[in-house]
Design a protein around this ligand. Structure first.
Ligand code: PGA
Length: 247
């Protein structure tokens, strides 16, 4: 089912599998004629199905991603791919390693380095030089965050260091094998979302139904970061039936 809300598009699919397939197809189609697409993908549980589709397509010889540059959406401060449950480690496991993506095709924050602000400046410059991200796929937090842009983040921010909301620190424990201290993160900004050629918020499962309905019905307001979709006419909200059940 498709409905146009303000001017962004909401698509609802019966199952998570179908949602993942359609989201992967949307991404693939949008960059197929781009010589060097800059594709920003979230880690977390939501996009795992999309990664699976990308891996299957490449392995089946249907998709060539050798000219894509992958940009990691965010990372917990103090972590890189060596920490089980970090954003980089999850994406290594589900996407980069199965596809043997060389490091030169990956741009990712390293939260173990002292120069995180310099990393933000560098990625901001890369994206700016490219004329914006071609794709920015994000999940959504129960508090309406996208990436680590927490409630109250200005809509005009690019990559920055973010103070994590209490809810994010609590919910974020689900990624780690044991209790993990989280306090700040490094994230692409809301302005990157607004300027991306194909910005997508993806959500699945009943747990996300409330926040998806709230975002869909909201004015654009900084206390609800995902509501920036209402200032992003080219954006998509892609959900399965459970996450879209209160729309
Ligand atoms: P999830 O995280 O995909 O693991 O639900 C989404 C988010 O908090 O941004």
């Amino acid at each position: 089912m498709q409905s146009t809300y303000d001017s962004m598009t909401i698509q609802t699919y019966a199952t998570y599998e179908e949602l993942s397939r359609k989201t992967a197809d949307l991404i693939i189609e949008s960059v197929k004629d781009k010589p060097n697409p800059l594709v920003c993908l979230a880690s977390g549980h939501t996009p795992i199905g999309v990664f699976k589709c990308l891996v299957e397509d490449v392995k089946a010889g249907k998709l060539d991603i050798s000219n894509w540059t992958f940009v990691g959406l965010d990372e917990w401060n103090g972590m890189n791919g060596t920490t089980k449950g970090s954003c980089r480690q999850m994406m290594d496991e589900d996407l980069f390693e199965p596809l043997s993506i060389p490091e030169k095709q990956i741009v990712f924050f390293d939260g173990t380095q002292p120069n995180v602000q310099a990393q933000c400046d560098e990625v901001n410059e890369l994206i700016h030089q490219h004329g914006g991200l071609d794709v920015m796929l994000v999940g959504i937090g129960l508090n309406g965050h996208i990436g680590m842009n927490e409630p109250g983040t200005a809509f005009d921010t690019f990559a920055h260091i973010s103070q994590l909301a209490e809810e994010t620190i609590t919910v974020g424990q689900k990624y780690f094998p044991g209790e993990t201290k989280l306090s700040t993160g490094i994230t692409m900004g809301l302005k990157h979302f607004q300027e991306a050629r194909l910005p997508i918020i993806m959500a699945n499962g009943e747990k996300k139904a409330d926040i998806i309905a709230k975002v869909a019905a909201s004015q654009p307001i900084e206390s609800l970061p995902a509501s920036i979709v209402h200032m992003t006419p080219q954006a998509y909200i892609m959900v399965d039936r459970a996450a879209g059940s209160l729309l």
